[in-house]
Design a binder for this molecule. Structure first.
Ligand code: ATP
Ligand code: MG
Length: 432
């Protein structure tokens, strides 16, 4: 019986993790995040993959697609509690923050997290049912400088560290709750007049979550949505000043951005600044990072009334866009040992271990076979050097180093066993 992975939940095989040594695309992304977040004072937090369903209902919002139709929900064994696989990270992180009264130890909390998220979505390129996010939350600061700092950090991470290109930062302000309520009324009465020219989804959103209609990608809806009243016109004075300050600080730092009056977020908890980083080359699903301010969430989850801002990046989408790093080397061992016979196996085994102990990756094929077939395997593995050890080599304790990357093997002088590690290292240093 052959059993496959669940649809939309992918194995990430080594060749998808990346083909560069010693660190590949996934690791490069993770490392860059760690280093960048550390520079800005974010510390890592790990929360469970499973939470109570009501946590997500409460925070993300009952009327959102995520809670309404995308969550994996089940009752635990005793059937008393409804649990869900987390569809995003913020709810769990804020729950942990509140549960452990973190604010009593530190008035400002900056945390980052990473890991798998689960949503029952229509599976397509760049959209899966298990996917990975790396995100961060800064809790305790309402000032616009916090928003700006977060965006500068992300811009540096995505543009400078990871070299994602092309990349665009889109920002908008959703105002405060009262602004939003007023705006939604305005938007609803506008949409009502144009329902006939809107798609079915938009007509549903008109009823349930009108803001979300602004996010519609259906071409026929665009003319109507383009003409819709803009939330920017409904902002209260404090919200407007906040947004202007964010933009001014980002301008100071020469961060390129575009104000998108129609940019909204799908989750209920956002207010004021919201943003997306959009990359080219991914087709329809080109948002690689999204986030915003959520000043009411901590309080509504039973915590202190503390403002907060955060974001989440889609790891699969970013990895697809990561350019190869020219400073890293292709996968494959530096040295491949080829053996002939039992005594040769032991010698190779020992020399191979010496190589590794001195930091040079080495491999051999214990299954043996002809020299020719072992050499083919060395080639296929992408090895840099091959070393054949037969009777002569054992008798003279000298080997020749065959460079596999060259078109034609040069006549190699032989090297004594004792000097082998050093000369491999020297050669690697000399020709990169
Ligand atoms: P979208 O508009 O693409 O559905 P979203 O608003 O649902 O995005 P968020 O909840 O803001 O997405 O998640 C942040 C990021 O996580 C997205 O920008 C995207 O890069 C990634 N992401 C979200 N859902 C998926 C998924 N099903 N598969 C892969 N990546 C995803
Ligand atoms: Mg979505």
């Amino acid at each position: 019986m052959k059993i496959s992975a669940v649809k939309g939940m992918n194995d990430i095989l080594p060749e998808q993790i990346g083909t560069q040594r010693p660190i590949s695309a996934w690791q490069r992304l993770e490392n860059a995040c760690r280093v960048r977040f550390d520079l800005y004072g974010y510390r890592e937090v790990r929360t469970p993959v499973v939470e109570e369903t009501r946590l997500f209902a409460r925070s993300i919002g009952e009327s959102t697609d995520i809670v309404g139709k995308e969550m994996y929900t089940f009752s635990d064994r005793k059937g008393k509690k409804l649990l869900s696989l987390r569809p995003e990270g913020t709810a769990g992180v804020v729950r942990a923050f509140v549960q452990h009264s973190v604010h009593t130890r530190d008035p400002i909390t900056k945390w980052w997290y990473g890991g798998p998220m689960y949503r029952y979505e229509r599976v397509q390129a760049g959209r899966y049912r298990q996917f990975h996010q790396i995100g961060a939350e800064a809790i305790g600061v309402a000032e616009p400088a916090m928003d700006a700092e977060l965006l500068v950090m992300l811009d540096r991470l995505l543009r400078d560290d990871l070299r994602i290109s092309p990349l665009k930062l889109l920002v908008n302000s959703l105002g405060d709750r009262a602004d939003r309520t007023a705006y939604v009324d305005l938007l609803k009465s506008y949409l009502k007049k144009h329902l006939d020219s809107l798609c079915e989804d938009c007509r549903r959103r008109y009823e349930q979550n009108p803001l979300r209609a602004l996010d519609c990608k259906v071409p026929d809806c665009q003319p109507v949505l383009d003409e819709a009243p803009q939330i920017g016109e409904s902002l209260s004075e404090p919200a407007r000043r906040h947004f202007e300050k964010v933009l001014a600080l980002l301008g100071e730092m020469d961060i390129e951005l575009e104000v998108r009056p129609r940019l909204v977020r799908g989750l209920d908890y956002y207010n004021r600044t919201c943003f997306e980083f959009v990359a080219g080359g991914l087709g329809a699903h080109d948002t690689v990072c999204a986030g915003g301010r959520y000043d009411d969430l901590v309080g509504s989850l039973g915590g202190p009334r503390l403002p907060a801002i955060g974001f989440a990046m889609g790891v699969e989408r970013l990895v697809m866009l990561l350019p190869e790093d020219p400073n890293l080397e292709p996968e494959g061992p530096r040295v491949f040992f080829v053996y002939v016979g039992e005594e040769s196996l032991e010698t190779c085994f020992r020399l191979m271990e010496e190589m590794r102990e001195s930091g040079v990756s080495a491999e051999m094929d214990f299954r043996g076979g002809s020299v020719k077939s072992q050499m083919r395997r060395a080639d296929k593995k992408g090895a840099r050097f091959a070393i054949v050890i037969g009777e002569t080599e054992i008798a003279t304790r000298r080997v020749s180093l065959k460079e596999l990357w060259r078109e034609k093997a040069r006549d190699e002088e032989t090297i004594s066993f004792d000097l082998l590690v050093d000369s491999v290292k020297k050669r690697l240093l000399m020709n990169g």
